[in-house]
Every structure is written in structure tokens, then in C-alpha cells.
Design a protein around this ligand. Structure first.
Ligand SMILES: Nc1nc(=O)c2c([nH]1)NC[C@@H]1CN(c3ccc(C(=O)N[C@@H](CCC(=O)O)C(=O)O)cc3)C=[N+]21
Length: 290
């Protein structure tokens, strides 16, 4: 039996379409639409391509987005001053600083500078801490997208065994917290984990985010498990591949995400969702008048 393919592209499209309706309704009732700014330093081709996807999604949904571009020679202090200027502008609800940044700029400092209420990436320690505490926050987009995929296929995490492979601050750790907040029993595995395949085989839901092409084979997967592949790498032939060996794992898993058209499109859909949530929160807390 071959696994059901989780079509992240179509699911993300559904989220974007529903969000577009919500935005349209909000604009009709309140006369305000979400406004975001994407800060891009330099001209990394991968960053330019990702940003194109974000700007296109924003336009389709009715979110006002603009890319603010800076020379790679911009100093850290100048970039921090730009962020502060946008933090102070009540007409802008969301800020995203595209990563990676040039080496002379400290990404951690930049992340701390973004107003947590405008942090649509959900990277600020205030948002990550609130997520850990189970409070409302702007959640990191990729982890939020993973949970949204599971919701869409009707996978209830309550009491399930979730194994996460990878412990990065942008995916592994925050997705583990979201699964825990849904009452899953969560195991976080990483490069030092012993008997990794055996740990992974315990999972009802296996989430992989390590950035190593085709690392996870069929021997990592319990028959019928849900497998979510967050990795995206480019092969020598310029093809996108995930961390999961799709062809062999799909013969064992019950459900599986492909790469591309799996988690990637969900990240962008959730970023847009966060822009809307950031705006409504700022309005309800009186930070923005309507
Ligand atoms: N501040 C910040 N926030 C980010 O969210 C952020 C970032 N920096 N830096 C780079 C990474 C990467 N990322 C992706 C988003 C969508 C796809 C995506 O939609 N991928 C398509 C394929 C796209 C293609 O064909 O190239 C897919 O998987 O189907 C991939 C990767 C967001 N990132």
C-alpha cells in the first residue's frame, strides 16, 4: 500500500483563499488592511526568489506588502535603526527581515530588535517564550504550517507519539512545542541521538527538519505513520529534494508530504495568516486606531 500524498500546495492555496475572504471582510467593516514590510539586505538569488513568492501571495490576499532593499554594505546599526523606524510606524503591522543576513550583521540582535507584536516570522524570543508557555503569540510560520497540514488531514495529535528529527530554533524546537501544546508525547532527536531509526519508528507522526537530502529511509518509519518532511535542498542537477527518501518511505507511511509542494507553500500561507493576526491584535490592543 502506498501512502496518501499530503498536497501542501493545494492545502496552502485553500488557506490563502480563506484568508483573502477574511481580509476582504475586515477591510469592508473596518477600512484597514494588513500592511507588511519585507527587509532584504543584498541580492542573494534564493532570498529574491522566496521574497517573490511572499509578495505574490500578499497581493492575492489583499495584504499591502513592500520590499525594502538595502546594500550589502549596510551597517548593523543602520539596519537596526530602520527596524526601529518601522516598529514606530503604526501604519505597518508586520515586519520580516529576510534571512540569511551578511556576516557582519548579528541575526540574533536583529531578531531582538523587531517589535514582538510585528514579528510575523514568530522568531522573537518573546513569541517563542509565549509559545512555550502556551500563551497566544505570533507562531513561527513553518511549525504553524506543519500543524495546519496535520489539522487538514484530520490527524489529531492528542495522545499521539510525535518524533521530531532536528532541533533548530526555527523548526525543530518550535514545532515540538506546538505538538506538545496539542497534547502529543514528543521526542526530539538530533545528531547525537542513539538508535535514531529505532526512535523514529516509534512515531505516529514523524517530523523531519535536518537539511540532509534523503536522510530518512523506510527503516525509520512505522507502517501507517504520518511523515512530514520540512527539509528542502537542491541537488547537483538543481532539483529540490527533502530530508526524506520519498520513493521508499511512501511504501511504508500512511501519509507523506512531498518536496516541493509540501511544507514550503504552507510557510508562506502562515506568514500571511500572521500578518492578519498581527494587525487584528494591534487594533484590539489599541496600538493602531481605526
Ligand atoms: N525571515 C525569514 N523568514 C522565512 O520564512 C524564511 C527566510 N527568512 N529565509 C529563507 C527561508 C526559506 N523559506 C521558504 C519558504 C517557502 C518555500 C516554498 O514555498 N517552497 C516551494 C518550492 C519553491 C521553489 O520551487 O523554489 C515548495 O516547497 O513547494 C521554501 C522555503 C522561508 N524562509
Amino acid at each position: 500500500m502506498s501512502a496518501e500524498i499530503i498536497d501542501g500546495f493545494m492545502i496552502a492555496k485553500g488557506y490563502r483563499e480563506r484568508l483573502a475572504l477574511e481580509v476582504e471582510k475586515f477591510v469592508a467593516e473596518h477600512g484597514v488592511r494588513p500592511v507588511i514590510r519585507v527587509l532584504l539586505v543584498g541580492d542573494n538569488p534564493a532570498s529574491l526568489s522566496y521574497i517573490k513568492g511572499k509578495v505574490k501571495a500578499a497581493a492575492e490576499i489583499g495584504i499591502d506588502s513592500e520590499v525594502l532593499r538595502y546594500e550589502p554594505s549596510i551597517t548593523e546599526a543602520e539596519l537596526l535603526a530602520e527596524i526601529e523606524r518601522i516598529n514606530q510606524n503604526p501604519a505597518i503591522h508586520g515586519i520580516l527581515v529576510q534571512l540569511p543576513l551578511p556576516k557582519h550583521i548579528d541575526e540574533h540582535k536583529v531578531g531582538l530588535a523587531v517589535d514582538p507584536m510585528k514579528d510575523i516570522d514568530g522568531f522573537h524570543p518573546v513569541n517563542q517564550g509565549n509559545s512555550l508557555a502556551g500563551n497566544w503569540c505570533l507562531e513561527s510560520c513553518t511549525p504553524k504550517g506543519v500543524i495546519a497540514l496535520l489539522d487538514t488531514i484530520g490527524c489529531d495529535l492528542n495522545g499521539k507519539k510525535v518524533v521530531v528529527i532536528g532541533r533548530s530554533n526555527i523548526v525543530g524546537k518550535p514545532v515540538s512545542v506546538l505538538a506538545l501544546n496539542r497534547n502529543a508525547t514528543v521526542t526530539i532527536c538530533h545528531s547525537r541521538t542513539q538508535n535514531l531509526a529505532e526512535e523514529a519508528r516509534q512515531a505516529d507522526v514523524l517530523i523531519v527538519a535536518i537539511g540532509q537530502p534523503k536522510f530518512v529511509g523506510a527503516d525509520f518509519v512505522k507502517p501507517g505513520a504520518v511523515v512530514i518532511d520540512v527539509g528542502i535542498s537542491r541537488t547537483a542537477e538543481n532539483k529540490l529534494v527533502g530530508d526524506v527518501d520519498f520513493d521508499s518511505v511512501k511504501e511504508v507511511a500512511g501519509w507523506i508530504t512531498p518536496v516541493p509542494r509540501g511544507v514550503g507553500p504552507m510557510t508562506i500561507a502562515m506568514l500571511m495568516q500572521n500578518a492578519f493576526e498581527a494587525m487584528t491584535k494591534q487594533i484590539s490592543e489599541g496600538a493602531v486606531s481605526v
